[in-house]
Design a protein around this ligand. Structure first.
Ligand SMILES: *Cc1c(COP(=O)(O)O)cnc(C)c1O
Length: 465
């Protein structure tokens, strides 16, 4: 085969763990292009690849040899991204998808059959809840949602046909930190994999596979891409789960969708990932474009530097808000006041991410006034951008809900969600302070004191104090 010049797409062909995280964020999965010498990852904007001869074409389609056929299934630029994320997460390989939701759907779809059951954390990204509740049910999969912090509840929710447990490392809006090890133990005692959405932590702050998770999914759209330019997702597998334990015939048995190929028997630790690519990605078609893979890789190159700044700024903003009379409560696991602080110290010792919620005094009115008064913080429905973002769910994403329904979702009328960016901390704080004054004036709670001088204190020493 004429090997593609960069990122040849072999699952798990990561470059080893002897280099540090920042080095791997720049180099894993890539060599300089041997044809042109290009140092940056080339964008292979091609749908298809010329076969050397009919024999090698046949070998690719039989999966006897691993080679590029069609960019819905694999592409060299996308392969570099896959290998890089797999390397950073400590997995054996990865498959990229057009979005985070497509990735997690594909991850679960590959191992589930109609009549199966999934136990999931009750505090998940809104799009995930909809996907699990409605799309999965439509496919005949039953769901149970449990309090993510209640290990007994995870165990009690298990059924004979429970085939996966699903949670986020850091949830929203509660700032819940998953006890990865405890929930992985519950899953493994049942012969099921733990699937973790690590979007908010990123592999820089937490690598769930090191704590027992079997599959890690990401929305690359957020901190990994980091600049709010591109939608993408990825599935990483540890390679440690036994798909031939008798509970996953849909993974382990000879596949009718791939002329009788038994994936784990044929590909060993890559069995699940090969099935995920050669069947699920092929058939669902939610492929990541090479150009988006290129932009997402640019983001990953600076992930360590950006995450340091994201979490330092997040802690600074959280401390400022916690000390502000217009703020009732800050739900950031990086603060000692959070019920998840101990878990944060254990699982995300470098910082509890940069997305969190706080509850304003003065309810909906205060939330709206704050958003309207802000100049620097962008009002929009995304997280993980280099720029600071804010949203008031009660007047936007959850607008149709009554106050009672809002509380059921863990959201108060005065809850705002912040995604803290990379700007100067003083500028972020000054803008929020102006907004909170406006909120106080609008809601009639105007006992706000004079602007603080140095509202945040030192933030660089120990991020999770
Ligand atoms: C955004 C997000 C998703 C969905 O990802 P998309 O790329 O938007 O499809 C899933 N989980 C979490 C935690 C997210 O923030």
């Amino acid at each position: 085969m004429t090997g593609p010049p960069a990122g040849d797409g072999r699952p798990g062909a990561a470059d080893g763990d002897e280099f540090g995280f920042s080095t791997r964020a720049l180099h894993a999965g890539q060599r300089p292009d041997p044809y042109t010498g290009a140092r940056a990852v080339p964008i292979f904007q091609t749908t298809s690849y010329v076969f050397e001869d009919t024999d090698s074409a046949a070998a690719y389609f039989n999966l006897q040899e691993y080679g590029n056929t069609y960019s819905r299934i694999m592409n060299p630029t996308v392969a570099t991204l896959e290998e890089r994320v797999a390397n950073l997460e400590g997995g054996v390989g990865a498959v990229a998808f057009a979005s985070g939701l497509a990735a997690q759907m594909a991850a679960l779809f590959t191992l589930l059959e109609p009549g199966d059951h999934v136990v999931a954390s009750a505090s998940l990204y809104g799009g995930t809840v909809t996907q699990l509740k409605h799309l999965m049910r439509k496919l005949g999969v039953e769901l149970s949602f449990v309090d993510v912090g209640d290990v007994d509840a995870w165990r009690a929710a298990l059924r004979p046909r429970t085939k996966a447990l699903f949670a986020e490392t850091i949830g929203n809006p509660g700032g819940n930190v998953l006890d990865v090890e405890a929930v992985a133990d519950v899953a493994h005692a049942h012969g099921a994999p733990l699937v973790v959405d690590n979007t908010f932590a990123t592999p820089y702050l937490c690598r769930p596979i090191e704590h027992g998770a079997d599959i890690v999914v990401h929305s690359l759209t957020k901190f990994l891409g980091g600049h709010g330019t591109s939608i993408g997702g990825v599935v990483v597998e540890s390679g440690g789960f036994d798909w031939a334990n008798g509970r996953y015939p849909v993974v382990a048995d000879p596949s009718p969708a791939y002329h009788g190929l038994p994936f784990p028997e044929t590909f060993g630790v890559y069995g699940y990932l090969m099935k995920l690519r050669a069947e699920t990605l092929r058939d669902l078609g939610a492929a990541l474009s090479p150009f988006n893979a290129f932009l997402l890789l640019l983001g990953i190159e600076t992930l360590p530097l950006r995450m340091e700044r994201h979490v330092a700024n997040a802690l600074g903003v959280a401390r400022f808000l916690e000390g502000h009379p217009q703020v009732e409560r800050v739900r950031y696991a990086g603060l000692p006041s959070s019920p998840f602080h101990d878990l944060a110290r254990r699982y995300v010792p470098g910082g509890a991410g940069a997305v969190f919620a706080c509850d304003l005094v003065g309810g909906r009115e205060a939330g709206t006034a704050l958003i309207e008064a802000l100049e620097l913080w962008s009002h929009l429905a995304n997280v993980g951008d280099a720029r600071s973002l804010i949203i008031h769910p009660a007047s936007t994403t959850h607008r149709q809900l009554s106050d009672e329904e809002l509380l059921g979702a863990g959201i108060g009328p005065g809850t705002v969600r912040l995604s803290v960016g990379l700007e100067d901390l003083d500028d972020l704080v000054r803008d929020l302070d102006r907004g909170l004054r406006a909120a106080a004036a609008r809601s009639g709670h105007s006992d706000t004191p004079d602007p603080p001088d140095t509202p945040t204190g030192p933030v660089d020493a120990e991020v999770v104090a």
